[in-house]
Design a binder for this molecule. Structure first.
Ligand code: ADP
Ligand code: MG
Length: 598
């Protein structure tokens, strides 16, 4: 079947390609990251296959895994080639056009809000980024299981597949981009080197490019990785050499003191399609029961699919002796759900070789790795928090000893929900996590959005006579701050925590006490403020008598809406307020339940 066959792209792929070609003009360079990462994936897959199937590849062949970049300004092509696993004819058809990729629609949705092409990789449709710079793409691929085929498309709703003319080519995939007029800026050595620097430092396979070099500076620039390709040039001024452009010793295997900040950043970018920088990181080597090396990052913001059911969980890449074993874990395998925002890499020599995903979760070694990773993640978060506290202590404002500083509050704003989730669902780490909670309160600054209090600080400010922790839930800090429910507490100078997130309702069901102090909802009836003072009591009973007719009248007229009407000592300036019945839902819970029912 050497004839050319034509196929239609799936409808949503057609739409995607159309948008890519016609309306994504910024950040075109990410085509390079996507295609090189596909090449690296193909090499990883081959290496992984060979771990379980020794006969597949000779050792020599394994040592020669590489990516080759080339460019041809005359024919206006850029070529990205790998000698990885390759694709069969059917895989070319399925992977590059026909089979539904779950991310395609999600990416299209995302594009409506934000025309940011750099997110394309996150949605599993990175290949099509080729069309950011090319009007025609040819993919020549040879799998060990099939002949060589060529896939081709000009993004006109169809693609073709036919047998490749030269069947003597080796295993792997060559992607040829026919560069559009508006993307000529990538058709030169300098631009491509810059892209390698920017996007490929983390790639553990050598990336080669043929470059011209002056013979005169050859002596001092001879690197061991370069091959001289055309020695006939050597007598003239220049020669062409195939040089390695990237450093391949994986960052995580190096000594932390030798790794520069921008190298961490490059590694981070390779892991994080949705965040450009990180808040903090940790680079460590675990020793003892289990040995591994790891770098973990907390991105500056969380993934889009926060807590969603389809979410793949955290992109922790697990390497076994530098071979990527998995980057798509069953949820919770390496980190619990409440740490699913942590990104990173783990490389261990201790894992059994042909480990399956299911086995991974049961493996004792994985359990040990997991434990250590949780510990290190918590340490990372705690460090953010303490660096803030140090700052707060050294500041001059003695009367407001609240936790301050942008770092932890920045973390808290993005990830507070996750910490609360941890308190709710992880009894093993609950105690540690409670210390990481932060709240807005009646004593945190109204002006400073970064001002939060920890429970520890709340307690340190408790007034004589106060023996519980007060909280009030509501829609927003601004609205809660104005609540008449606060009047009496404020008159006594008792601090009240403000809870304004939906998850807080569940949090407060778990959180019943802290260091022996109970949590008390200010919006519930029968709130006692610790002083059943005699004069108040007698005043109250007098008022009760006096207002009984009014109470009766109100209870009758409002019987559809309220359970009870009472005279209270809780108000200072406001004539009346609505409270939740003891044991009943708070107003805030009702609001949330109503929202969920919609
Ligand atoms: P993703 O890489 O997230 O799966 P892509 O759109 O980048 O999505 O690639 C689609 C699929 O095409 C890949 O999953 C892979 O199966 C296949 N593919 C792409 N490039 C290559 C390559 N160089 N070698 C082998 N297979 C490839
Ligand atoms: Mg890809």
């Amino acid at each position: 079947d050497s004839a050319e066959e034509s196929f239609e792209f799936r409808a949503e792929v057609q739409r995607l390609m159309n948008i890519i070609i016609h309306s994504l003009y910024s950040n075109k360079e990410i085509f390079f990251r996507e295609l090189v990462s596909n090449a690296a994936d193909a090499l990883e897959k081959l290496r992984f296959l060979s771990l379980t199937n020794r006969t597949l590849l000779s050792d020599e062949s394994l040592d020669n895994l590489k990516i080759q970049i080339d460019f041809d300004p005359e024919n206006r092509t850029i070529t990205i080639e790998d000698n990885g696993i390759g694709m069969t004819k059917q895989e070319l058809i399925n992977n590059l056009g026909v089979v539904a990729r779950s991310g395609t629609l999600n990416f299209l949705e995302q594009l409506k809000e934000q025309k940011d092409s750099s997110l394309i990789g996150q949605f599993g449709v990175g290949f099509y980024a080729a069309y950011l710079v090319a009007d025609k793409v040819s993919v020549i691929s040879k799998s060990i299981y099939d002949k060589a085929y060529v896939w081709e498309s000009t993004a006109d709703k169809t693609f073709t597949v036919k047998e490749y003319a030269d069947q003597s080519i080796g295993r792997g995939t060559r992607v040829i981009l026919h560069v559009r007029q508006d993307s000529t800026e990538f058709l030169n050595e300098h631009a491509l080197r810059q892209l390698v620097d920017k996007y490929c430092r983390f790639i553990t396979f050598p990336i080669y490019m043929k470059v011209e070099s002056n013979v005169s500076d050859e002596e001092d620039s001879m690197e061991e990785d370069e091959e001289i390709l055309d020695s006939s040039y050597s007598k003239s001024k220049t020669q062409i050499k195939n040089v390695v452009l990237n450093e391949q010793k994986p960052t995580w295997l190096r000594d932390p003191s030798e790794v520069k900040e921008d190298e961490y950043k490059a590694l981070f970018l390779s892991l994080s399609p949705y965040s450009k920088t990180y808040l903090t990181k940790t680079h460590f080597r675990a020793e003892g029961e289990v040995e591994f090396r790891s770098i973990l990052f907390i991105p500056e913001r969380p993934p889009f699919d926060f807590f969603s059911e389809e979410s793949e969980g955290s992109p922790i890449k697990l390497y076994l002796k530098r071979v990527l074993v998995s980057d798509k874990f069953a949820k919770d395998a390496l980190l619990p759900r409440w740490l699913s925002f942590v990104l990173g890499i783990v490389d261990s020599d201790d894992l059994p070789i042909n480990i399956s995903r299911e086995m991974l979760q049961q493996s004792k070694i994985v359990q040990l790795i997991r434990k250590k990773m949780i510990q290190k993640s918590l340490e990372m978060i705690r460090n953010l928090a303490t660096s803030d506290e140090v700052e707060a202590l050294s500041s001059e404002h003695k009367d407001t000893p609240l936790t301050k500083g942008a770092n932890y509050s920045q973390f808290w704003k993005q990830y507070g929900k996750y910490i609360k989730l941890g308190v709710i669902e992880d009894s093993e780490y609950r105690k540690k996590l409670i210390n990481l909670l932060r709240f807005k309160s009646s004593k945190t600054s109204e002006q400073d959005p970064d001002d939060y209090t920890s429970l520890k600080n709340y307690i340190s400010r408790m007034k004589a006579g106060q023996n519980v922790i007060y909280y009030l839930a509501g829609e927003s800090v601004a609205s809660v701050r104005k609540s008449p429910l606060l009047e009496q507490l404020q008159a006594k100078d008792f601090e009240v925590l403000f809870l304004t997130e939906p998850i807080d309702e569940y949090l407060m069901q778990t959180l019943t006490e802290f260091e022996g102090y109970k949590f008390v909802d200010v919006s519930k009836e029968n709130l006692r403020l610790g002083d059943d003072d005699k004069t108040i009591q007698s005043k109250l009973s007098k008022a009760k008598k006096r207002y009984q007719p009014l109470i009766d009248h109100l209870e009758q007229t409002l019987s559809e809406y309220v359970t009870r009407v009472k005279v209270t000592s809780r108000l200072v300036n406001t004539p009346c307020m609505l409270v939740a019945a003891e044991g009943g839902y708070s107003a805030n819970t009702e609001r949330i339940l109503r929202a969920q029912a919609l």
